[in-house]
Design a protein around this ligand. Structure first.
Ligand code: DGY
Length: 312
């Protein structure tokens, strides 16, 4: 029987061709529920909105699946411990989305601090306006401190961009020796002393609601929070309250606790910019992500080493 791979992701044609050229049978699926109806499969390609929980792991394993190639760097949608217990390998797509996600973090930061979306609403809304000395002041980035939570590839790429805007960089994560200008400080101090806090940590049991009401209260009243990581790293209800009563100045969000649902009141606030989880959404990046997933499937099929295994 041929090696069958089901994908919940509509693969770009060049990735799909890579599989078919290898004689792999590619089966489209609308989601995890459908995957479980497709009979014998060797591997599945999923993405960050597909819940591969313990029950799904068991069922996929029973169907013969031995690899879940997740399209996305985040893999909190998959029960990795359950997968490793049954010998199911999991891969993700790091690196290729680093620049796109860092670009979006900067886009949110610039938008929030210079009030671009707010201004767009004003202009489109037909409200009267004209240039005036004291009209719609924002705040500058130069000379401000950016506190990065999660100094991995994406955090580092955001730091690179922020330096070009004249910001100083602080982080609470490990210090890479190659970046002596990054000021390392404990998390509590990072929140208390940063002008902007940008989140780049994975969602784990330890980071869920890392930014809660207390943490928000510890921030400067002029501070901005940017989240392109995972929504549940922030207690969204607490954030709505903090933005509403001026505990912090503003926020730029690409991710939400219960996507695509928003916490009540969030969309009514003028001091928040809301993007619909666009971090990696450039054509080049999404094609590269699909390629990485497919290369993992190809490596698995020929019995080689996986390119980007998730190890727990
Ligand atoms: C990821 O890959 O985890 C991103 O959130 C997708 O945009």
């Amino acid at each position: 029987m041929s090696f069958r791979v089901a994908s919940t992701v509509a693969l770009p044609s060049r990735s799909a061709t890579t599989l078919t050229d290898l004689g792999i049978d590619l089966v489209p699926a609308r989601g995890v529920t459908e995957l479980r109806t497709l009979g014998e499969l060797g591997a599945v390609i999923t993405t960050i909105t597909d819940p591969v929980d313990e029950a799904a792991v068991a069922e996929l394993h029973a169907q013969g699946v031995r690899l879940v190639a997740n399209v996305g760097v985040g893999h909190n949608n998959i029960d990795i411990a359950a997968a490793s217990r049954v010998g199911l390998s999991v891969t993700n797509t790091p690196d290729v989305l680093t620049d796109a996600t860092a670009d979006l973090a900067m886009a949110l930061l610039l938008d929030v601090t210079r009030r671009v979306c707010e201004g767009d609403r004003l202009v489109r809304g037909g409200r009267p306006w004209s240039w005036a000395f004291d009209f719609m002041w924002g705040s500058s980035l130069a000379g401000k401190r950016l506190g990065i939570v999660g100094y991995g590839r994406i955090g580092e790429a955001v730091a690179r961009r922020a330096r070009a805007f004249g910001m100083t960089i602080a982080s609470s994560s490990r210090r890479p020796r190659s970046e002596p200008d990054v000021e390392w400080m404990p998390l509590d101090r990072l929140f208390a002393e940063s002008d902007v806090v940008s989140l780049h940590c994975p969602l784990t049991a330890g980071t869920r609601h890392l930014v809660d009401a207390d943490r928000l209260r510890s921030m400067k009243r002029t501070a901005v929070l940017v989240n392109t990581a995972r929504g549940a790293v922030v207690d969204e209800a607490a954030l709505v309250a903090a933005l509403g009563d001026g505990t912090i100045a503003a926020a730029g969000l690409d991710v939400y606790e219960d996507e695509p649902r928003l916490a009540p009141g969030l969309a009514d606030l003028d001091n928040v910019v809301l993007a619909p989880h666009l971090g990696s959404a450039t054509r080049e990046t999404r094609e590269a992500m699909a390629d990485v997933a497919v290369q993992n499937v190809a490596a698995f099929h020929r019995g080689g080493a996986l390119l980007t295994p998730v190890t727990g």
